[in-house]
Design a protein around this ligand. Structure first.
Ligand SMILES: Cc1ncc(COP(=O)(O)O)c(C=O)c1O
Ligand SMILES: [Zn+2]
Length: 403
């Protein structure tokens, strides 16, 4: 194989395996590639004639046989310049990466395209995910496209249209009376009995590899120069982790040079464990109380590897910013008035941008990219969903509601 695992904590290399995500030392496993070999076919020139989806970067994705690829056309999303905003704010250039243009309306499509392509290569037939919403509908779509059965578990306050979307894509859909980690526990408890392949954040190697393509694409769209600042709405962190891995791999391949962008995580005030750690200069601590953040995508009080996210923010010279629900609403309107439909999470990047300008953290000679991770339309009020509400795996088994 052209790729293998390396532990982010102890640097031990091991064989690539389907269900692995943690090293014996507890560190997160990440996929590494034989970059010298990759460089034989993966050249700037070769990219000019490739498919306009994330699979244009196939050498940097852990799928050996292209026949196993499950694709709905994810990636190669527009990067748009915000000319009017540039006149108003002291910034060199401002861009929005329009991830809401992906299949299923969010950046999550990328991770599931790669995760399910790997699963497909290994003959997996039954997949499950705990999610705050967008990952669930993405899994549902890719599973159906590849002929797998999908089970999704989302907090019961997940946006109704996203729940509806999961049902439309044919997923067995459950609303969990709790947060994303409670939904994860349902899967862990049923995993053996149900023979589910757990595609939860950092439970398998594929999702963060797929998200890596956001970084690869950004660099290519910038013609192999990089912006100064990337602002990303952060929950479980695999977006940030993926982008960072991408930029480092490109550097090693000799595609880019110089400093990498400062990475900024934006969170909402009601769930801001990364912001707390950055502001206090401490190690990562899960938030255990007063978890109230409304944009569900960023409501992850205890991500699988908070320390890894923090190390990226720090190493890049970035930061973490908290914004209020009110800021997010205003930001959604501001982006709307500039022609961009944004989910609350995507809009949070605009709120963070203006806050960092006010603080003088973003300066006149900075080129900034905001990641609009999902679409406003998925968050409209909707109350017709008919999915069972459960608390435990036992409730799920006893649930008589068939979708
Ligand atoms: C729209 C949106 N933005 C951002 C995030 C957070 O992304 P990550 O889990 O990669 O930190 C999510 C996760 O659910 C999301 O749905
Ligand atoms: Zn290790």
């Amino acid at each position: 194989m052209n790729f293998w695992f390396v532990c982010k904590a102890c640097a031990k290399a091991t064989e690539f395996q389907l269900k692995q995500s943690k090293c014996t030392c507890g560190g997160t496993l990440q996929v590494e590639y034989d970059l010298e070999r990759v460089g034989h076919t993966f050249t700037k020139e070769s990219l000019k004639n490739r498919v306009t989806s994330m699979w244009r970067y196939k050498e940097l994705l852990p799928v050996e046989n292209p026949q196993n690829i499950i694709s709905l056309g994810e990636g190669w999303t527009p990067l748009v310049r915000m000319h009017r905003a540039e006149q108003k704010y002291p910034v060199k250039r401002l861009w929005v990466k329009r991830e809401e243009q992906n299949p299923t309306g969010s950046f999550k499509a990328r991770g599931f395209s790669s995760a399910l392509s790997i699963a497909n290569a290994y003959g997996i037939k039954k997949v499950a995910v705990n999610s705050n919403g967008n990952a669930a509908s993405a899994l549902a779509a890719y599973a159906s496209n590849s002929g797998m059965d999908s089970y999704v578990f989302v907090p019961k306050d997940c946006p109704g249209l996203i729940i509806e979307e999961c049902i439309q894509y044919g997923a067995q859909t459950y609303l969990v009376d709790g947060l994303i980690h409670n939904a994860g526990k349902v899967i862990e408890d049923g995993e053996l009995e149900q023979d589910w392949y757990n595609v939860g954040t950092l439970k398998e190697p594929g999702r963060s590899e797929g998200k890596k393509t956001m970084g690869l694409e950004l660099a290519e769209q910038f013609n192999w120069t990089l912006p100064d600042v990337i602002i990303y709405p952060t929950g479980g962190g695999s977006g940030v982790i993926g982008i960072w891995n991408a930029l480092n791999q490109l550097k090693e391949l000799g595609f880019i040079e110089g400093d990498l962008p400062r990475i900024v995580s934006v969170q909402e005030e009601g769930c801001q464990p990364l912001v707390d750690a950055i502001e206090n200069g401490t190690a990562f601590n899960a938030q255990t109380q007063d978890i109230s953040s409304n944009p569900t995508g960023m409501r992850v009080p205890n991500p699988p590897d908070g320390e890894l996210i923090l190390s990226i923010l720090r190493e890049s010279g970035g930061t973490a910013v908290a914004v209020s629900e009110e800021d997010i609403k205003e930001a959604q309107t501001s982006l709307g008035k500039q022609g961009i439909s944004s989910s609350p999470e995507g809009a949070a990047t605009w709120a963070a941008f203006t806050s960092l300008i006010d603080r003088g953290w973003i300066q006149q000679d900075d080129e900034v990219v905001l990641f609009n991770t999902s679409h406003a339309l998925k968050y409209l009020a909707w109350d017709q969903t008919q999915a069972p509400i459960i608390e435990t795996y036992k409730d799920m088994v006893n649930s008589s509601v068939m979708i």
